[in-house]
Ligand binder design. Structure first.
Ligand code: NAG
Ligand code: NAG
Ligand code: NAG
Length: 223
């Protein structure tokens, strides 16, 4: 009987304390260890302000009511409201964004390494999709895509490559929510073709089954 009660207590303790069992997920792209105890970034987020000094503005962000400047090459504008922009988000595991996409413009293939993204369309018509790796052949994937109109909600699962294409004749406005205070953003084409230092032509040519002339052309487009 005592053995039973003891194991019940131990089991419930373990089940209620999953956080003790393994490391936290990273909250930033890289975090190189240093020996300096005055270094200011912690693996579990930013250093906390003295709670007595916190103000309402720490938990506030205005100006999602207009578009930022459009990146001319892509015809898109993005505002991210994460822990950098809104310090009160620290350790809360949530953030938001606004994207403005011009007619016939594409928010190219990208992914968020630390968050699932839930989007809500406010204006416009978008063709959106994400790619799920094929479990039996990692050289293939499955596309999940949808046409979205105002009021429609769609989800891009954490870490999966996705895109948003404005197929309408007016600007599209999309709000995103992320289950991370710092979701991260990796834009696939430009991170590959505009890396610093550049990736060797041979590697790009073999990866994309193209010749070096074609690789040079792609590099020029992204540089
Ligand atoms: C960090 O400090 C430890 C203990 O003082 C030392 O053994 C180690 O070499 C240091 N590491 C670096 C990268 O300086
Ligand atoms: C956006 O909202 C801010 C304050 O909340 C206001 O000052 C600003 O004029 C608004 N901008 C536009 C373009 O509506
Ligand atoms: C590279 O590929 C393009 C398009 O397939 C072709 O026109 C060109 O001749 C090729 N260049 C070389 C150097 O093989």
């Amino acid at each position: 009987m005592w053995l039973f009660i003891t194991s019940l207590v131990i089991t419930s303790f373990i089940c209620n304390s999953p956080a003790y069992a393994y490391d936290n997920n990273p909250l930033q792209d890289i975090c190189v260890a240093v020996n300096n105890s005055h270094a200011s970034v912690f693996v579990n987020g930013k250093i906390c302000k003295d709670p007595k000094l916190a103000t309402p503005n720490d938990f506030y962000f205005s100006s999602l009511n207009f578009s930022r400047d459009v990146y001319p090459k892509y015809g898109i504008a993005v505002t991210i409201v994460g822990v950098k922009e809104m310090p009160g988000l620290n350790t809360l595991g949530i953030s938001t964004s606004r994207a403005d996409i011009e007619p016939q413009s594409l928010f190219p293939f990208h992914m968020h390494p630390r968050a699932t993204e839930l989007i809500t369309v406010l204006e416009g018509t978008l063709y959106v999709g994400f790619l799920v790796p094929d479990p039996v052949n990692f050289f293939k994937s499955r596309l999940f895509s949808k046409i979205l109109n105002p009021g429609d909600v769609f989800v891009f699962p954490i870490g999966l490559i996705h895109f948003l294409y404005n197929v309408g004749h007016k600007k599209a406005v999309v709000f995103g929510s992320y289950n991370s205070q710092n979701p991260g953003l990796i834009t696939i084409p430009s991170s590959i073709f505009a890396s610093e230092p550049p990736i060797m032509d041979d590697i790009l040519a073999k990866s994309f089954q193209l010749n070096k002339t074609e690789i040079a052309q792609l590099r020029n487009k992204f540089s």
